[in-house]
Design a protein around this ligand. Structure first.
Ligand code: CUA
Length: 330
């Protein structure tokens, strides 16, 4: 009796330790916000309840065997044993596994269904360690933020600029690998407005864990306004921003980045044309604030060790002007 009470205590302590982990703010596949994720969530719960049923039956039989006292004179071998082994050990697993297989196939098939005729196409290219996002119809290029209209199917073309990455937004979609020399497709759709965190799900090097991004789902009219704004080159700038622009165009920045409306047209790093409107820096590593941006430009390794961006060698006043210029690019 004392032993079973101790066992109960251990189970309760383990459950108490695990439960808080379930309620943290990290994105969960069990809080689906789109049709694909809902399907995956449904399959997960279906598998969970079947596994729980099997677990209960096995534990029940184990306990029954442990605690059932044999009557005096009762023989060990009793009839029906063999039949139970065939039923529970062969027939039941065959039925359960076949059912799970068929249901999984049905969902896999649904997830790879062709896109609707009015689906919008967006290309996402994985890089060590950030995401390039292209809206081909409007010649818009951005990074680490994917804006999509709610209630609209988005056909993603997923590819990579270097190694294998994997695109995953737990609340919206399945995982899809980005493989060198190949373009994979995936459908992304959000039911309601929100900001959904995505993450690279395939180990791709030192900063794999900080290869994150945001999917920003907006009502269609708001999305169109955003897209129209993004397709514009930068306007003229004055004062400190103009000085910052000069610093940008005469320093190492210009050899990796593009800013539409200037001579900067390199494509090794993210396009910065509308950098000031983005929420984060360095693929969702830190919030996009002037302080973080200055720290990032001066010492990228301090924020993201292994990042391929070299530090910019600029005077403090030049750095301040550069930050003013970049943060003003809305
Ligand atoms: Cu890209 Cu992990």
């Amino acid at each position: 009796m004392r032993r079973s009470r101790a066992l109960l205590l251990v189970v309760a302590a383990a459950a108490a330790a695990l439960l808080p982990a379930c309620s943290s703010g990290s994105p969960s596949t069990l809080q689906p916000r789109g049709p694909a994720a809902q399907r995956i969530d449904g399959l997960w719960w279906f598998m969970f309840w079947i596994a729980l049923g099997v677990f209960a039956v096995v534990i029940g039989m184990l306990l029954f065997g442990l605690f059932r006292r044999r009557k005096s004179g009762e023989s060990v071998a009793r009839g029906g044993g063999e039949r139970a082994v065939v039923l529970l050990g062969i027939v039941a697993p065959a039925i359960i596994l076949t059912t799970l297989f068929v249901v999984s196939l049905r969902d896999l098939n649904a997830l790879s269904a062709p896109a609707k005729s009015d689906a919008m196409t967006v290309s996402v290219i994985g890089h060590d360690w950030w995401w390039e996002v292209r809206y081909p119809q409007r010649h818009v290029v951005t990074a680490n933020e994917i804006h999509i209209p709610t209630g609209t199917q988005v056909l993603l073309h997923l590819s990579t600029g270097d190694v294998i990455h994997s695109f995953w937004v737990p609340q919206l979609s399945e995982k899809t690998d980005m493989i060198p020399g190949k373009t994979n497709r995936m459908l992304l759709e959000a039911d309601r407005p929100g900001i959904y965190r995505g993450q690279c799900a395939e180990f791709c090097g030192l900063e794999h864990a900080r290869m994150s991004f945001l999917v920003i789902a907006e009502p269609p009219s708001q999305f169109q306004t955003w897209l129209a704004g993004e397709s514009q080159p930068i306007g003229s700038v004055t004062g400190a921003a103009a000085q910052g622009k000069r610093v940008f165009l005469t320093s190492t920045c210009v050899s990796c980045h593009t800013i539409q409306g200037t001579n900067a047209d390199a494509t090794d790093g993210p396009d910065l044309t509308h950098f000031g409107s983005r929420r984060t820096i360095a693929a969702n590593s830190v919030a996009n604030t002037p302080g973080n941006l200055a720290a990032w430009i001066e010492d990228p390794q301090g924020i993201k060790p292994g990042a391929l961006m070299p530090p910019a060698v600029v005077e403090p006043r030049q750095l301040q002007a550069l930050v003013t210029f970049l943060e003003g690019l809305k």
